[in-house]
Design a protein around this ligand. Structure first.
Ligand SMILES: Cc1cc2nc3c(=O)[nH]c(=O)nc-3n(C[C@H](O)[C@H](O)[C@H](O)COP(=O)(O)OP(=O)(O)OC[C@H]3O[C@@H](n4cnc5c(N)ncnc54)[C@H](O)[C@@H]3O)c2cc1C
Length: 500
C-alpha cells in the first residue's frame, strides 16, 4: 500500500454531475482538493451513437456485472469516465416542480415530502442553469415552478417535423414546451467541460484518473473518515483528507459505503439507520415509436416536452408523468437495448432495419415517478453487488403511455402527409437502464430514517458528504440531473463556510 504524502482539505470521489460541479464550486477557495475518478478522459460523443457497432460493442455498459433480484447478472448502462454519465446524457435540464418537494399521493402510494422546499433550491437552480448554459423559455409550461428570472439562453429551435407536431398539439388544446437544454459551444454541456476542466485551471486542484476508490477507512472510534483507498493500475494508494465527498452515482456510492464496513460500522459506513442502499429509484421509462412517411435526419435534438399529464388527467387524479421527444429513436434503442421495439416493428413491417428506423421515426420518451420502497435496494451477497428493483406506480405510467399514443393518433389524423402509418411500438426500459438512479442515501433530519443530514453530511461520520443523486428522498417525473447540480452547489456553499 502506498501512502500519498499530501494532505488534502477535500477529497471528491467521482466526476459526474455531482462531483464535477462541486469541484468547480470549491476550486476558487484555494483549498487543496483531490478528485479521484475511476475512468479516463473520453472523446465527446455525437452522431456516432447511431452506429450499430457501438450497440454491438456495448460501449456504454459497465465492465463488471451487477446482479438482479433473481441473481441474474446484468451490465448496467453506465459511463465510467471523466464526466460520468453526462458524457452520454441528453442534456435535458429541468427543475423539479414545487409540488414535487411536498408529499404527493400517487396511484401507487405516497411520495414523501423532501425535508427542504422548492424555495430552498430555487437560487441554486438559477446558478445551475447559468453554469450549464441552459436554453429554455419560462411561461409555456403549465407545471413550471416559479423562476427568479428567465433561462440564460433562448430555446433551441425545433426540427421542422417537431415544429409541425407542436402546432398540431397546441391546436388540440395541449401545451408543448421548449425543453430546457444545456448547450455550449461544443454541443451538450457536461460535467467535464463545465465542472472538471475549469476546476483544474486552479493549481490547488489535482485530478487522478484511473483511480477506483475501493474502501473508506475511519479513525478508531469510527467518527471520521481518515483515509480513502484507491486502486490505481495494480497499486493500492491511501489518500488522507479533512473532508471526503462521495459522488460515485447512487448505486456505486451505496456500494462503496457498504463495502467499507468495519468494526465500528459493521453494516457499512454511515449505516446505523440501515438505510444505505435502500429506496433505490430510477423512474419508469418507456419509448414509444411514431413512424413517419418520409425519411429525415438520423438524429435531431430533443427539443419538445409535454407536462399536461404531469399531475393527472380528467379521469385519473394522480400524477402520470412527463413526455419528451427522444431525438432520433436509434440513439435510445442503442442505449436501452430495447429489442421489444425491433420485434414489434419486425412483425408489423418485415425488413424494417435500423437505418430506416432511425430516419423514419420519432421516438417519444415517457417518464413517470417511482416511489421509494425500502426493498428496492443495493446490497452485497458475498462479493456480488445485488440491485433489487421491482417497479411500482406502474398503472400511472401505463396511463401516460396509452394517453400519449391516443394523442399521437390524433396528430397523425391531422397530418396525414407526415404520417401514413399508425403503429406505435412501445419499449419499457429494463433493469440495465439505470440512467435516472437515485435515492440510496436519502437526506433528512432524522438519523433513524435517513443517511445524510440536510447538508448532505453523514449523520454519523462527521467529515463524510455525498453529492450525487443518492440523496433524493423521493423522486419526480422530470429528469434528475439539474437537481443534482443544484444540490452540489448548495452543499458547496456549506462546505465553503465549513472550510473557512
Ligand atoms: C444515456 C443517459 C441519458 C441521460 N440523459 C439525461 C438528461 O437528459 N437529463 C437528466 O437530467 N439526466 C439524464 N441522465 C441522468 C444523468 O446523467 C444522471 O442523473 C447524472 O449523471 C447523475 O450524476 P451523478 O453525479 O450522481 O453520477 P454519475 O454521472 O454516474 O457519475 C459518477 C462518477 O463516479 C465515478 N465513479 C464511480 N465509482 C467510482 C469509484 N469507486 N471510484 C472513483 N470513481 C467512481 C464514475 O466513473 C462517474 O464519473 C442520463 C443518463 C444516461 C445514462
Amino acid at each position: 500500500m502506498i501512502i500519498d504524502d499530501q494532505y488534502y482539505d477535500v477529497i471528491i470521489v467521482g466526476t459526474g454531475v455531482g462531483g464535477g460541479t462541486l469541484a468547480r464550486k470549491l476550486a476558487p477557495t484555494g483549498k487543496k482538493i483531490l478528485v479521484l475518478e475511476r475512468g479516463e478522459f473520453v472523446a465527446r460523443e455525437s452522431s456516432e451513437l447511431v452506429d450499430t457497432e457501438v450497440f454491438k460493442k456495448e460501449q456504454y455498459h459497465a465492465p463488471e456485472p451487477w446482479y438482479d433480484n433473481t441473481g441474474e447478472p446484468f451490465y448496467p448502462q453506465m459511463r465510467y469516465c471523466v464526466g460520468g454519465n453526462t458524457k452520454i446524457w441528453s442534456g435535458v435540464l429541468m427543475r423539479m416542480r414545487e409540488r414535487d418537494f411536498t408529499e404527493v399521493q400517487h396511484q401507487g402510494g405516497l411520495s414523501p415530502a423532501w425535508p427542504l422546499t422548492y424555495q430552498d433550491f430555487e437560487p441554486y437552480y438559477t446558478e445551475a442553469e447559468a453554469l450549464y448554459q441552459v436554453h429554455g423559455k419560462v411561461g409555456n409550461d403549465p407545471t413550471e415552478p416559479t423562476h427568479g428570472g428567465n433561462y440564460p439562453f433562448e430555446p433551441i429551435a425545433h426540427e421542422p417535423r417537431i415544429q409541425t407536431i407542436c402546432e398540431t398539439l397546441t391546436e388540440q388544446g395541449l401545451h408543448p414546451i421548449d425543453l430546457p437544454l444545456g448547450i455550449g459551444d461544443q454541443g451538450r454541456t457536461d460535467s467535464e467541460d463545465t465542472g472538471v476542466t475549469p476546476a483544474l485551471q486552479h493549481d490547488n486542484v489535482t485530478l487522478k484518473t484511473g483511480a477506483q476508490v475501493v474502501c473508506l477507512h475511519t479513525n478508531p472510534s469510527g467518527s471520521e473518515i481518515k483515509a480513502v483507498e484507491a486502486k490505481i493500475g495494480e497499486e493500492s494508494y491511501l489518500f488522507l483528507g479533512h473532508i471526503v465527498v462521495l459522488a460515485c452515482g447512487a448505486v456505486n456510492t451505496a456500494a462503496l459505503l457498504l463495502r467499507s464496513a468495519n468494526e465500528k460500522h459493521p453494516d457499512g459506513i454511515a449505516n446505523q439507520s440501515g438505510q444505505v442502499g435502500r429506496n433505490l429509484m430510477k423512474q419508469l421509462l418507456s419509448v414509444v415509436v411514431q413512424l413517419t412517411a418520409s425519411s429525415s435526419k438520423d438524429s435531431f435534438p430533443r427539443t419538445v416536452g409535454l407536462n399536461d399529464f404531469y399531475w393527472g388527467d380528467r379521469d385519473f387524479p394522480y400524477p402520470m408523468g412527463h413526455v419528451q421527444n427522444s431525438g432520433g429513436i436509434s440513439q435510445d434503442v442503442i442505449f436501452s437495448e430495447a429489442p421489444p421495439i425491433f420485434s414489434a416493428l419486425a412483425k408489423v413491417m418485415p425488413n424494417f432495419g435500423l437505418r430506416q428506423l432511425a430516419t423514419r421515426s420519432i421516438g417519444w420518451w415517457l417518464q413517470t415517478e417511482d416511489l421509494p420502497n425500502s426493498e428496492n435496494r443495493v446490497y452485497f451477497m458475498g462479493d456480488k453487488l445485488r440491485v433489487d428493483y421491482e417497479p411500482n406506480n406502474v398503472e400511472a405510467h401505463d396511463r401516460l403511455v396509452y394517453r400519449w399514443v391516443d394523442i399521437l393518433k390524433n396528430v397523425e389524423s391531422a397530418q396525414p402527409s407526415l404520417f401514413n402509418r399508425s403503429t406505435h411500438p412501445r419499449s419499457d426500459m429494463p433493469i440495465q437502464v439505470m440512467a435516472h438512479q437515485c435515492g440510496t442515501c436519502r437526506f433528512g433530519e432524522d438519523p433513524d430514517t435517513s443517511v445524510l443530514d440536510l447538508n448532505c453530511c453523514s449523520h454519523e461520520v462527521k467529515n463524510l458528504y455525498v453529492v450525487d443523486s443518492s440523496f433524493f428522498p423521493a423522486n419526480a417525473s422530470v429528469s434528475p440531473a439539474l437537481t443534482v447540480i443544484a444540490n452540489a452547489l448548495r452543499v458547496g456553499d456549506h462546505l465553503i463556510q465549513t472550510l473557512q
